[in-house]
Design a binder for this molecule. Sequence first.
Ligand SMILES: Nc1ncnc2c1ncn2[C@@H]1O[C@H](COP(=O)(O)OP(=O)(O)OP(=O)(O)O)[C@@H](O)[C@H]1O
Ligand SMILES: O=P(O)(O)OC[C@H]1O[C@H](OP(=O)(O)OP(=O)(O)O)[C@H](O)[C@@H]1O
Ligand SMILES: O=C(O)c1cccnc1
Ligand SMILES: [Mg+2]
Length: 543
Amino acid sequence: MVHQGIVQPLLTDLYQITMAYAYWKFNKQSQAAVFELFFRNNPFKGGYTIFAGLSDCIEFVSNFAYSKSDIDYVKSILPSSVEEEFFHFLSGIHGDQVTIAAVPEGSVVFPRVPLLRVEGPLATVLLMETTLLTLVNYASLVTTNATRFRLTAGNDKPLFEFGLRRAQGPNGGLSASRYCYIGGFNGTSNVLAGKLFSIPVVGTHSHAFVMSFSGLTDLCKTHVQYATGSDSKLFDLKCGTQKWLTQISPMLDVAEDEIIEGELAAFISIAIAFPTNFLALVDTYDVIRSGIPCFCAVTLALDEAGYRAKGIRLDSGDLAYLSRQSRCQFQLLAERLNKPWLSLLTIVASNDINVRTMNSLNQQGHQINAYGIGTHLVTCQEQPALGCVYKLVELDGVAKMKLTQERSKLSLPAKKKVYRLFGENGSPLADLLQKYDESPPLVDQQVLCCHPFQESERKYIVPSRVEEMNCNYWIKGKSCKEIPKLVDIRNYCQNQVNSLRRDHQLLSNLNTYKVFVSDALYQTMHKLWVGDTTMREPGSYHE
Ligand SMILES: Nc1ncnc2c1ncn2[C@@H]1O[C@H](COP(=O)(O)OP(=O)(O)OP(=O)(O)O)[C@@H](O)[C@H]1O
Ligand SMILES: O=P(O)(O)OC[C@H]1O[C@H](OP(=O)(O)OP(=O)(O)O)[C@H](O)[C@@H]1O
Ligand SMILES: O=C(O)c1cccnc1
Ligand SMILES: [Mg+2]
């Protein structure tokens, strides 16, 4: 649904189709395959990742079928030597041939844990690789990024995603809006995302809007209706604003002729258009000498008409300093005019904010109540891709492993189950990967946890709670677990992040949470690794 018809079987790399042909030609297409999708390192040098994209994966698989025009196109790009029968085979491929197990969407996950396990005929499962990866990689990356902003901002600060204009294309923008919401953002400026996903939509106004007004003579309307009272009664917001400006200028220590009249006119016009929602961008000219006085004058006039203004947005300069200064001005007027609500007006900050900026603002001390974040959030500038991969782990019941000189690229063989082991305080201690048919670890009983590569690094853990992380979502055409609503995935994701131990939550803590393997899985893996001839046979490699 995020991708509006783009996600279809041909959204793949050509080599999946050419390999499928070779499988078909050598009669391997129906071998029972198990592939697992995982990543090798947490993004952003962080301590965790959020798994996202599952709903889209299930939707993709459930609709998987090549149309006649797909088949015609594939025929046109493959050499004429490709046998016609292969195209009959392709048109018979459907999502009901596969079974999918996954960890729930919004889960905190760690390197090497299978996020998605896809089982079925070798060619069919292979043909889904690229699409599944593209559905999970960016979704998980941007959701993880959003949670990092949420952790840095704290739970009490609304976060708004403003990234559409800077995103990697329309589809990137739409995905970002959806997944940032899961990651803990409160709303988006993206109207289509609001319509499609029922995410709250929010908006202020731009500098261009302010710049388009030259003075008060631009205002062809000057009145608003009173918030309460009869329909016919109008309040002159322009006159009211001018009166208040004269009164508050000396209190704010600005001369009335420092005020930019176009800015004042812009604020009056937006307040007349949206009297219940007045939030002004105050940094077009000079925040302290013009923006804040104009905003306060309109706010006080609106108050006379019975409306409560929302606040301001700062979009340039030193956001810590300007937010503190703005708050001081609000407080000063609140005291002088005996209107305590003035000191509580919202200050929204935007302008290229990233996690580092936000941390720095926290350290400096600021008065920002909410953030609008675009570029760094949606483009994931700090790390633009999550390296999820999709590897063959079992074929016709035989464990398969990607063997390579580079240890970080070794894959863990065999169809697995994932268990999360919890400590007494309710936080996860470590994950344990077991072979599929091993008996599960038990609460209050010690379980041997092995480092996948270092024999000396083994220990017993006694979990206070054990959670099996991956469960079936789709069994050969039948959906067997409901995909939660977006808001429920969001709540689950927030709980997942909050349940992490502080040191695992840290934003720069690459791979400290441990993912162990059982002794049986360790043995299987090391037999393959050292080249046991009974298990390592030609064709055990999968790139
Ligand atoms: N107090 C602060 N501490 C740390 N970073 C900040 C602070 N205030 C703003 N920033 C960040 O500094 C960066 C740029 O600020 P700068 O003042 O140069 O931008 P600007 O006012 O928009 O200027 P320009 O006209 O060059 O665009 C932004 O990424 C912004 O988020
Ligand atoms: O800064 P971001 O995190 O990307 O957030 C989105 C930005 O988009 C708007 O800027 P606009 O397009 O008006 O350009 P600007 O940089 O000149 O403000 C808005 O004022 C934010 O600054
Ligand atoms: O509504 C806003 O203030 C907004 C929306 C998109 C980008 N920048 C700001
Ligand atoms: Mg801007």
